[in-house]
Design a protein around this ligand. Structure first.
Ligand code: PBG
Length: 323
Protein backbone atom coordinates (compact mmCIF):
# COMPACT_ATOMS: atom_id res chain seq x y z
CA UNK A 1 0.00 0.00 0.00
CA UNK A 2 1.18 3.48 -0.76
CA UNK A 3 2.62 5.29 2.24
CA UNK A 4 4.01 8.67 1.32
CA UNK A 5 5.78 9.04 4.65
CA UNK A 6 8.21 6.13 3.97
CA UNK A 7 10.58 8.40 2.07
CA UNK A 8 10.38 11.22 4.62
CA UNK A 9 11.79 9.22 7.53
CA UNK A 10 15.30 10.70 7.63
CA UNK A 11 17.19 13.67 6.26
CA UNK A 12 19.27 11.37 4.05
CA UNK A 13 16.16 9.84 2.49
CA UNK A 14 14.55 13.24 2.04
CA UNK A 15 17.70 14.48 0.32
CA UNK A 16 17.69 11.47 -2.03
CA UNK A 17 14.19 12.16 -3.27
CA UNK A 18 14.46 15.95 -3.38
CA UNK A 19 13.28 17.17 -6.78
CA UNK A 20 14.52 20.76 -6.75
CA UNK A 21 17.88 22.21 -5.77
CA UNK A 22 19.06 25.74 -5.22
CA UNK A 23 22.58 26.43 -6.43
CA UNK A 24 24.83 29.41 -5.93
CA UNK A 25 25.87 29.43 -9.60
CA UNK A 26 22.27 30.17 -10.61
CA UNK A 27 22.05 33.33 -8.50
CA UNK A 28 22.42 36.83 -9.90
CA UNK A 29 23.08 39.71 -7.51
CA UNK A 30 21.93 43.27 -8.33
CA UNK A 31 24.48 46.03 -7.63
CA UNK A 32 23.77 49.79 -7.52
CA UNK A 33 26.56 52.19 -8.53
CA UNK A 34 26.12 55.86 -7.81
CA UNK A 35 28.10 58.80 -9.17
CA UNK A 36 30.17 60.65 -6.58
CA UNK A 37 32.90 59.79 -4.11
CA UNK A 38 33.21 57.82 -0.92
CA UNK A 39 29.57 56.75 -0.93
CA UNK A 40 28.16 53.61 0.63
CA UNK A 41 24.61 54.71 1.12
CA UNK A 42 22.17 52.19 2.61
CA UNK A 43 18.77 51.93 0.95
CA UNK A 44 16.28 52.35 3.83
CA UNK A 45 13.63 50.05 2.44
CA UNK A 46 16.15 47.35 1.49
CA UNK A 47 18.17 46.50 4.60
CA UNK A 48 21.61 45.16 3.65
CA UNK A 49 21.61 46.84 0.23
CA UNK A 50 23.69 49.97 -0.47
CA UNK A 51 24.50 52.27 -3.33
CA UNK A 52 28.25 52.37 -3.91
CA UNK A 53 30.36 55.00 -5.59
CA UNK A 54 33.07 53.74 -7.96
CA UNK A 55 35.85 54.20 -5.40
CA UNK A 56 34.06 51.90 -2.94
CA UNK A 57 32.58 49.38 -5.35
CA UNK A 58 35.35 46.91 -4.50
CA UNK A 59 33.90 46.44 -1.02
CA UNK A 60 30.76 44.98 -2.54
CA UNK A 61 32.55 43.09 -5.32
CA UNK A 62 34.86 41.43 -2.78
CA UNK A 63 31.79 40.13 -0.94
CA UNK A 64 30.35 38.86 -4.23
CA UNK A 65 33.55 36.97 -5.07
CA UNK A 66 33.93 35.65 -1.54
CA UNK A 67 30.36 34.31 -1.61
CA UNK A 68 31.06 32.51 -4.88
CA UNK A 69 28.43 34.47 -6.83
CA UNK A 70 29.19 34.31 -10.56
CA UNK A 71 26.97 37.06 -11.96
CA UNK A 72 25.93 40.60 -11.08
CA UNK A 73 23.25 42.87 -12.55
CA UNK A 74 24.38 46.49 -12.68
CA UNK A 75 22.20 49.57 -12.15
CA UNK A 76 23.59 53.08 -12.40
CA UNK A 77 22.50 56.23 -10.60
CA UNK A 78 23.89 59.29 -12.39
CA UNK A 79 24.46 62.73 -10.88
CA UNK A 80 22.76 64.53 -13.76
CA UNK A 81 19.52 63.55 -15.43
CA UNK A 82 17.95 65.07 -18.52
CA UNK A 83 14.87 64.73 -20.73
CA UNK A 84 16.57 62.26 -23.05
CA UNK A 85 18.46 60.11 -20.56
CA UNK A 86 21.87 60.87 -22.08
CA UNK A 87 23.70 59.40 -19.08
CA UNK A 88 22.57 55.93 -20.16
CA UNK A 89 24.40 55.98 -23.50
CA UNK A 90 27.38 58.15 -22.53
CA UNK A 91 30.53 56.05 -23.02
CA UNK A 92 31.88 57.76 -19.88
CA UNK A 93 28.67 57.06 -17.94
CA UNK A 94 28.59 55.50 -14.49
CA UNK A 95 27.73 51.95 -15.60
CA UNK A 96 30.24 52.00 -18.47
CA UNK A 97 32.96 53.20 -16.08
CA UNK A 98 32.08 50.50 -13.57
CA UNK A 99 32.14 47.76 -16.22
CA UNK A 100 35.55 48.87 -17.49
CA UNK A 101 36.85 48.83 -13.91
CA UNK A 102 35.47 45.34 -13.20
CA UNK A 103 36.90 43.93 -16.42
CA UNK A 104 40.32 45.47 -15.78
CA UNK A 105 40.73 43.97 -12.31
CA UNK A 106 42.22 40.50 -12.10
CA UNK A 107 40.03 39.65 -9.08
CA UNK A 108 36.73 40.55 -10.76
CA UNK A 109 37.11 40.07 -14.48
CA UNK A 110 35.61 36.58 -14.54
CA UNK A 111 32.34 37.90 -13.07
CA UNK A 112 29.47 37.76 -15.53
CA UNK A 113 28.48 41.41 -15.79
CA UNK A 114 24.88 41.95 -16.83
CA UNK A 115 23.97 45.57 -17.59
CA UNK A 116 20.34 46.61 -17.13
CA UNK A 117 19.35 48.66 -20.18
CA UNK A 118 16.75 51.32 -19.41
CA UNK A 119 16.42 55.09 -19.42
CA UNK A 120 14.40 55.60 -16.21
CA UNK A 121 17.42 56.13 -13.93
CA UNK A 122 18.74 58.73 -16.41
CA UNK A 123 15.67 60.74 -17.37
CA UNK A 124 14.54 63.82 -15.43
CA UNK A 125 10.91 62.62 -15.73
CA UNK A 126 11.79 59.10 -14.54
CA UNK A 127 10.08 57.29 -17.42
CA UNK A 128 11.70 54.48 -19.40
CA UNK A 129 11.41 56.27 -22.75
CA UNK A 130 11.29 59.69 -24.41
CA UNK A 131 8.26 61.85 -23.61
CA UNK A 132 6.15 64.00 -25.88
CA UNK A 133 2.94 65.66 -24.71
CA UNK A 134 2.86 63.41 -21.67
CA UNK A 135 3.12 60.23 -23.79
CA UNK A 136 6.00 57.75 -23.55
CA UNK A 137 7.18 57.39 -27.14
CA UNK A 138 8.00 53.91 -28.38
CA UNK A 139 9.85 53.92 -31.70
CA UNK A 140 11.72 57.15 -30.95
CA UNK A 141 13.09 55.50 -27.79
CA UNK A 142 14.44 52.39 -29.54
CA UNK A 143 17.63 53.95 -31.00
CA UNK A 144 18.55 55.27 -27.54
CA UNK A 145 18.11 51.86 -25.94
CA UNK A 146 20.15 50.29 -28.73
CA UNK A 147 22.87 52.90 -28.28
CA UNK A 148 22.92 52.19 -24.54
CA UNK A 149 23.28 48.45 -25.10
CA UNK A 150 26.14 48.95 -27.58
CA UNK A 151 27.86 51.35 -25.20
CA UNK A 152 27.68 48.75 -22.38
CA UNK A 153 28.96 46.02 -24.71
CA UNK A 154 31.85 48.27 -25.75
CA UNK A 155 32.72 48.81 -22.10
CA UNK A 156 32.88 45.04 -21.64
CA UNK A 157 29.42 43.92 -20.45
CA UNK A 158 28.89 40.17 -20.88
CA UNK A 159 25.09 40.40 -21.20
CA UNK A 160 22.63 43.27 -21.76
CA UNK A 161 19.23 43.20 -20.09
CA UNK A 162 16.58 45.59 -21.49
CA UNK A 163 13.97 46.38 -18.81
CA UNK A 164 12.12 49.27 -20.44
CA UNK A 165 9.17 47.34 -22.00
CA UNK A 166 9.10 49.35 -25.25
CA UNK A 167 7.77 47.21 -28.13
CA UNK A 168 10.45 45.87 -30.52
CA UNK A 169 13.38 46.86 -28.35
CA UNK A 170 14.93 43.41 -28.37
CA UNK A 171 15.09 43.44 -32.18
CA UNK A 172 16.50 46.98 -32.21
CA UNK A 173 19.16 46.06 -29.65
CA UNK A 174 20.03 42.79 -31.44
CA UNK A 175 20.59 44.57 -34.77
CA UNK A 176 22.65 47.33 -33.19
CA UNK A 177 24.83 44.83 -31.30
CA UNK A 178 25.35 42.76 -34.46
CA UNK A 179 26.21 45.81 -36.57
CA UNK A 180 28.79 46.92 -34.04
CA UNK A 181 30.66 43.63 -33.77
CA UNK A 182 28.81 42.29 -30.71
CA UNK A 183 26.88 39.42 -32.25
CA UNK A 184 28.29 37.22 -29.45
CA UNK A 185 26.69 39.28 -26.64
CA UNK A 186 23.46 37.71 -25.32
CA UNK A 187 20.27 39.62 -24.57
CA UNK A 188 18.49 38.82 -21.32
CA UNK A 189 15.08 40.35 -21.95
CA UNK A 190 12.67 41.46 -19.26
CA UNK A 191 9.84 40.09 -21.39
CA UNK A 192 7.15 39.41 -18.82
CA UNK A 193 7.52 42.56 -16.77
CA UNK A 194 4.42 43.69 -14.93
CA UNK A 195 3.43 47.18 -13.75
CA UNK A 196 3.94 46.20 -10.13
CA UNK A 197 3.81 47.85 -6.72
CA UNK A 198 6.62 45.46 -5.75
CA UNK A 199 9.19 47.80 -7.40
CA UNK A 200 8.67 50.54 -4.80
CA UNK A 201 11.90 50.02 -2.83
CA UNK A 202 13.97 49.73 -6.03
CA UNK A 203 12.80 53.15 -7.14
CA UNK A 204 14.19 54.55 -3.89
CA UNK A 205 17.45 52.66 -4.52
CA UNK A 206 17.75 53.74 -8.15
CA UNK A 207 16.15 57.21 -7.88
CA UNK A 208 13.88 56.18 -10.73
CA UNK A 209 10.27 56.80 -9.66
CA UNK A 210 8.28 58.33 -12.53
CA UNK A 211 7.79 62.08 -12.02
CA UNK A 212 4.21 61.92 -13.32
CA UNK A 213 1.77 59.13 -13.98
CA UNK A 214 2.83 55.50 -13.81
CA UNK A 215 4.30 52.81 -16.04
CA UNK A 216 1.01 51.14 -16.96
CA UNK A 217 1.16 52.20 -20.62
CA UNK A 218 4.29 50.09 -21.15
CA UNK A 219 4.58 47.51 -18.36
CA UNK A 220 2.00 44.71 -18.29
CA UNK A 221 -1.26 44.48 -16.36
CA UNK A 222 -0.67 42.07 -13.42
CA UNK A 223 -3.91 40.32 -14.35
CA UNK A 224 -2.68 39.07 -17.75
CA UNK A 225 -0.93 35.72 -18.04
CA UNK A 226 -1.72 34.92 -21.66
CA UNK A 227 -0.45 38.30 -22.77
CA UNK A 228 2.84 37.56 -21.00
CA UNK A 229 3.35 34.59 -23.31
CA UNK A 230 2.84 36.82 -26.35
CA UNK A 231 5.50 39.20 -25.01
CA UNK A 232 7.86 36.27 -24.54
CA UNK A 233 7.17 34.91 -28.01
CA UNK A 234 7.85 38.30 -29.63
CA UNK A 235 11.09 38.72 -27.72
CA UNK A 236 12.30 35.25 -28.70
CA UNK A 237 11.54 36.00 -32.36
CA UNK A 238 13.41 39.30 -32.04
CA UNK A 239 16.48 37.54 -30.66
CA UNK A 240 16.24 37.22 -26.86
CA UNK A 241 18.59 34.59 -25.37
CA UNK A 242 17.22 34.51 -21.82
CA UNK A 243 13.74 35.54 -20.64
CA UNK A 244 13.10 37.35 -17.35
CA UNK A 245 9.80 37.06 -15.50
CA UNK A 246 9.28 39.86 -13.00
CA UNK A 247 8.20 40.12 -10.20
CA UNK A 248 8.57 36.50 -9.05
CA UNK A 249 6.51 35.53 -6.01
CA UNK A 250 3.07 36.65 -7.15
CA UNK A 251 3.85 35.47 -10.71
CA UNK A 252 4.95 31.86 -10.34
CA UNK A 253 2.32 30.73 -12.84
CA UNK A 254 4.02 32.97 -15.41
CA UNK A 255 7.41 31.39 -14.69
CA UNK A 256 5.84 27.96 -15.02
CA UNK A 257 4.10 28.67 -18.31
CA UNK A 258 7.15 30.30 -19.91
CA UNK A 259 9.34 27.35 -18.94
CA UNK A 260 6.80 24.85 -20.23
CA UNK A 261 6.05 26.63 -23.49
CA UNK A 262 9.51 27.72 -24.66
CA UNK A 263 12.89 26.07 -24.80
CA UNK A 264 14.80 29.06 -23.51
CA UNK A 265 16.40 29.77 -20.13
CA UNK A 266 14.12 31.62 -17.71
CA UNK A 267 15.28 34.00 -14.99
CA UNK A 268 12.96 34.91 -12.12
CA UNK A 269 13.49 38.40 -10.70
CA UNK A 270 12.81 38.30 -6.96
CA UNK A 271 12.26 42.07 -6.78
CA UNK A 272 12.86 44.77 -4.22
CA UNK A 273 9.38 44.76 -2.64
CA UNK A 274 9.54 41.00 -2.14
CA UNK A 275 12.92 41.43 -0.46
CA UNK A 276 11.67 44.32 1.70
CA UNK A 277 8.69 42.31 3.00
CA UNK A 278 10.88 39.39 4.05
CA UNK A 279 13.46 41.68 5.66
CA UNK A 280 10.82 43.64 7.59
CA UNK A 281 9.14 40.54 8.97
CA UNK A 282 12.52 38.99 9.84
CA UNK A 283 13.66 42.17 11.62
CA UNK A 284 10.57 41.93 13.79
CA UNK A 285 11.35 38.33 14.67
CA UNK A 286 8.12 37.18 13.01
CA UNK A 287 9.69 34.77 10.54
CA UNK A 288 12.86 32.72 10.23
CA UNK A 289 14.65 34.64 7.47
CA UNK A 290 16.92 31.85 6.30
CA UNK A 291 14.18 29.24 6.10
CA UNK A 292 11.74 31.62 4.44
CA UNK A 293 14.21 32.77 1.80
CA UNK A 294 15.38 29.26 0.95
CA UNK A 295 11.77 28.11 0.69
CA UNK A 296 10.80 31.06 -1.53
CA UNK A 297 13.72 30.63 -3.89
CA UNK A 298 13.27 26.87 -4.04
CA UNK A 299 9.66 27.55 -5.01
CA UNK A 300 10.84 29.72 -7.90
CA UNK A 301 13.11 26.92 -9.12
CA UNK A 302 10.25 24.41 -8.76
CA UNK A 303 8.03 26.72 -10.83
CA UNK A 304 10.59 26.50 -13.65
CA UNK A 305 13.16 29.26 -13.13
CA UNK A 306 16.66 28.34 -14.31
CA UNK A 307 18.23 31.29 -12.53
CA UNK A 308 17.17 33.82 -9.91
CA UNK A 309 17.99 37.50 -9.68
CA UNK A 310 17.81 38.28 -5.96
CA UNK A 311 19.00 40.78 -3.34
CA UNK A 312 19.27 37.77 -1.00
CA UNK A 313 22.02 36.24 -3.17
CA UNK A 314 24.97 36.87 -0.84
CA UNK A 315 23.13 35.45 2.17
CA UNK A 316 21.83 32.49 0.22
CA UNK A 317 25.29 31.65 -1.10
CA UNK A 318 26.60 31.52 2.47
CA UNK A 319 23.63 29.49 3.70
CA UNK A 320 23.96 26.97 0.87
CA UNK A 321 27.55 26.29 1.82
CA UNK A 322 26.33 25.14 5.19
CA UNK A 323 23.17 23.15 4.46
C1 PBG B 1 14.09 49.74 -14.61
C2 PBG B 1 13.94 48.63 -13.62
C3 PBG B 1 13.08 48.53 -12.52
C4 PBG B 1 13.42 47.35 -11.85
C5 PBG B 1 14.44 46.75 -12.59
N1 PBG B 1 14.74 47.55 -13.69
C6 PBG B 1 12.07 49.47 -11.99
C7 PBG B 1 10.85 49.79 -12.72
O1 PBG B 1 10.53 49.23 -13.77
O2 PBG B 1 10.16 50.69 -12.22
C8 PBG B 1 12.80 46.84 -10.59
C9 PBG B 1 13.66 45.94 -9.76
C10 PBG B 1 13.21 45.70 -8.36
O3 PBG B 1 12.14 46.15 -7.91
O4 PBG B 1 13.95 45.03 -7.65
N2 PBG B 1 13.07 49.89 -15.51
Amino acid sequence: MDRMRRLRASQALRNMVRETHLRTDELIYPVFIIEGENICSPVDSMPGICQYSMDRLSEELDRVIEAGIAAILLFGIPEQKDEIGSGAYDDQGIVQTAIRFIKSEEAYKELVVIADVCLCEYTSHGHCGLIKDGIVLNDETLPLLAKTAVSYAKAGADIVAPSDMMDKRVGAIRSALDENGFSHIPIMAYSAKFASAFYGPFREAAHSAPGFGDRKTYQMDPANGREALREVEEDILEGADIIIAKPAMAYMDIIRSISQNYNIPVAAYNVSGEYAMVKAAAANGWIDEKKIVLELLTGLKRAGANMIITYHALDVAHWLERV
